[in-house]
Design a protein around this ligand. Structure first.
Ligand code: COA
Length: 234
């Protein structure tokens, strides 16, 4: 797709991704600060998506200050999320379970774990996995050392901030300590790179993830996050 095509992945400061498994659904992520986005260009992008057969568009997780821009375009609330942060003021514990670097040849297994671990809306397809890996200048992908793989984590770093982009353990292997080990690895990696805060967002109803993060020293941030949705049919 040429870079001036309205659906180019970074058109008008928005990265656009149409789902591979459902071409009527697209996801948009602001690549520039939201106040710099153009309302007209963004509406044009939505109209082009609509003409291409897209019926629903979802934003990435947005802070409250960025939500109003999308609300003015006709987006409404899809789901509120919890944002948690770890500022390294409490001691870190080393991972108890071994992990190794996740390679490109692991992607199919990573996607299979993701499919089992997440509800349909949140599932990664290959472009979404690539997007998560490329979202930050530096990224660490870790998997457990079992064969076949049963768990993975993707952590990204941009300057002094790091983001736990994805964490998933196959349902048949949960509650055996691998999730905790992957988070411990992400924390140690971030600390060694002088990161001031590791951020993670999760669904409000995701009790398991919330318990895991809080038990490891993450605390809830005051800023809420939300995914917004736009529908071609309203
Ligand atoms: C959340 C998740 C990664 C945890 O992985 P895991 O390997 O099962 O976690 P661990 O065995 O290391 O558990 C560590 C701690 O997390 C908490 N925890 C994990 N699952 C829990 C659950 N279902 N209910 C309550 N607490 C839970 C507990 O405090 C647990 O410690 P304990 O077993 O000593 O009580 C896993 O359940 C998962 O992949 N869920 C689906 C995908 C997901 O939600 N990812 C995170 C999105 S932000």
């Amino acid at each position: 797709m040429p870079s001036d095509h309205p659906l180019h992945r970074s058109a008008f400061g928005l990265r656009v991704r149409i789902r591979e498994d459902n071409r009527s659904v697209a996801h948009v992520t602001p690549l520039t600060p939201v106040p710099k986005l153009s309302k007209e260009a963004s509406l044009g992008c939505l109209r082009t998506l609509q003409r291409s057969g897209v019926r629903q568009v979802f934003t990435s997780a947005l802070r409250a200050t960025d939500q109003s821009f999308f609300c003015e375009l006709g987006f409404t609330l899809h789901e509120e999320l919890l944002l948690l942060g770890h500022n390294f003021s409490t001691p870190l514990t080393p991972p108890l379970r071994p992990t190794r670097k996740g390679r490109r040849s692991d992607w199919s297994e990573i996607l299979a774990i993701d499919e089992k671990a997440f509800p349909e809306f949140w599932r990664f397809d290959r472009p979404a996995l690539l997007e998560a890996i490329k979202a930050t200048p530096t990224t660490r992908v870790r998997v457990n050392t079992q064969d076949p793989l049963t768990a993975f984590a993707i952590t990204g770093r941009s300057g002094r901030l790091a983001f736990l982009q994805r964490l998933a353990v196959h349902p048949q292997h949960q509650r055996s300590g691998i999730g905790r080990s992957l988070v411990a690895d992400a924390l140690l990696w971030s600390k060694r790179r002088f990161v001031s805060e590791l951020l993670v967002n999760t669904q409000i109803e995701n009790v398991g993830a919330k318990e895991l993060y809080e038990s490891m020293g993450f605390s809830k941030k005051n800023v809420g996050l939300a995914v917004l949705q736009w529908s071609a049919d309203t």
